[in-house]
Design a protein around this ligand. Structure first.
Ligand code: PLP
Length: 373
C-alpha cells in the first residue's frame, strides 16, 4: 500500500467537471488577468474570512510583501515574527530592507509565544507578523492588545490557515491585514501560484489594490511604487470551484485527526510521541497533522515510513534564524531552543481529506511497528 502525504489526484477526481467548466469559461472570455472570476473570488474570500475586502495577488509570498509595504515597512525598520515558519515570512521583511526580529515559539502549538513580544518592541518596530502554522491560529488576543496599545499593526500570515478560527474569529480577520497562499498543496490550492490579502480597513484596501499593479490608481499614472503581483483568471476560477468544497474538506481533515487519535490509543501508541495541541476556542483546519518524536528518533521514523510507502515531511528542518542567508542578522544556534527542538523533532503525517480507512490503518500499523522495534 502507498499513502502519500497529499493526494491531489484523488481530490481532482471529485471536482473535475466544475474545474473544467470554469477553465472553459475563462478561455471563452479570453480575459486572463484580474477579471470577473478574480473579482467574484475576492468577494467570496472576504465573506469566508469575515473581512470586508479581499485583494488577489500572485502568491502568498507577495501577499506578505504587499502587506508589509502597505503598513509602511521599509529600510531600517524592525518586524517581529517567528523563526519557525516558511522562509517567505521573513524574506518579505528583508526584501524591504527591514530586519526580522525573531522570538521563540510556544512549544505546544509551535506558533509565536506572545509573552515574549512586549520586551522585543523598540522604537523601530513597524509590524508584528504571527504565523498561523499548520492550520491553527497563533494566540491572537495578547498580540492584538499589544498592537493596540503601542500602535503597531498585526499582519497575520494565514498562508496555511484559511478558515481557521481563534475564538470565533477567522484567520486573517483579526489583524490589520491577513495574507493567504493558494499554492497547490494548501487547503485551498490553485493550479499554480496565487495569493490573497484580506482587510477591513479601506485605506489598506485602496493601497493594496494599487501596490499589486505597480502603484497605479489610473492606468499609467503611478501614485506609489508597487510591483506586478496579480491573480490570474484561471487560478481564480479553479479556486472558486474548490472554495465551495473547503468546509467539507476541513471537516474530513478534522475527522481524520480524531480517528487517528482514537486509533493511536487503541494501538497502545499513547506516550510514544506528542500529538498536536488544539488550543481551547480554536478551529484548527489541519493543513498539516504534525507529531513530535523525542529522543532523536524522528529521522529514523521518517526513513522507516518512507520504506513502507507512507509519506511524511518536516516543516521546517531549519529555523529561519539559522538560515545561511540570514547570517548577517547575527543570530546563533541555541538562541531559540524551542524552535530548534521543533525543527529537529516534528513530523507531518498524511491527513488529506480523501484518506481512506485502509490508508489510516496502514499509517497506524506502520507507527506501531516502528515503536515496537
Ligand atoms: C507560512 C507561510 N507563509 C508564506 C507562504 C508563501 O506562500 P507562496 O508559496 O504562495 O508564496 C507559505 C507557503 O508556501 C507559508 O506556508
Amino acid at each position: 500500500m502507498k499513502v502519500p502525504l497529499l493526494d491531489l489526484k484523488a481530490q481532482y477526481a471529485t471536482i473535475r467537471e466544475e474545474v473544467r467548466a470554469g477553465v472553459d469559461r475563462v478561455f471563452e472570455s479570453q480575459q486572463f488577468v484580474l477579471g470577473p472570476e478574480t473579482l467574484a473570488l475576492e468577494g467570496e474570500i472576504a465573506r469566508y474570512s469575515q473581512t470586508k475586502f479581499a485583494i488577489g495577488c500572485a502568491s502568498g509570498s507577495e501577499a506578505l510583501l504587499l502587506a508589509l509595504q502597505s503598513c509602511g515597512v521599509g529600510a531600517g525598520d524592525e518586524v517581529i515574527t517567528t523563526p519557525f515558519t516558511f522562509f517567505a515570512t521573513a524574506s518579505a521583511i528583508t526584501r524591504l530592507g527591514a530586519r526580522p526580529v525573531f522570538l521563540d515559539i510556544d512549544e505546544h502549538t509551535y506558533t509565536i509565544d506572545p509573552s515574549r513580544v512586549a520586551d522585543a518592541i523598540t522604537g523601530k518596530t513597524k509590524a508584528i507578523v504571527p504565523v498561523h502554522l499548520y492550520g491553527q491560529c497563533a494566540e491572537m488576543d495578547p498580540l492584538l492588545e499589544l498592537g493596540r496599545q503601542r500602535g503597531i499593526p498585526i499582519i497575520e500570515d494565514a498562508a496555511q490557515a484559511i478558515g481557521a478560527e481563534d475564538r470565533g474569529r477567522r484567520a486573517g480577520s483579526m489583524g490589520a491585514i491577513g495574507t493567504f497562499s493558494f499554492y497547490p498543496s494548501k487547503n485551498l490550492g490553485g493550479a499554480g501560484d496565487g495569493g490573497m490579502l484580506v482587510t477591513t480597513d479601506p485605506q489598506h484596501e485602496q493601497r493594496l489594490r494599487m501596490l499589486r499593479v505597480h502603484g497605479e490608481r489610473q492606468r499609467y499614472f503611478h501614485k506609489i511604487v508597487g510591483i506586478n503581483s496579480r491573480l490570474d483568471e484561471l487560478q481564480a476560477t479553479v479556486l472558486r470551484a474548490k472554495l465551495s468544497h473547503l468546509d467539507e474538506w476541513t471537516t474530513a481533515r478534522q475527522r481524520n485527526v480524531q480517528e487517528y487519535e482514537m486509533m493511536f490509543t487503541d494501538a497502545g501508541l499513547n506516550g510514544k510521541f506528542d500529538l498536536p495541541l488544539v488550543r481551547p476556542g480554536a478551529r484548527h483546519v489541519f493543513h498539516q497533522f504534525v507529531i513530535q518524536v523525542r529522543e532523536g528518533r524522528r529521522e529514523a521514523l521518517r526513513a522507516f515510513l518512507r520504506e513502507r510507502g507512507v509519506g511524511s515531511d518536516v516543516y521546517y528542518p531549519v529555523p529561519l534564524h539559522l538560515q545561511e542567508c540570514f547570517e548577517f542578522l547575527g543570530y546563533k544556534k541555541g538562541e531559540f531552543p524551542l524552535a530548534e527542538r521543533a525543527a529537529d523533532e516534528t513530523l507531518a503525517l498524511p491527513v488529506y481529506p480523501e484518506l481512506t480507512v485502509e490508508q489510516k490503518d496502514y499509517v497506524v500499523e506502520s507507527l506501531v511497528e516502528f515503536f515496537r522495534g
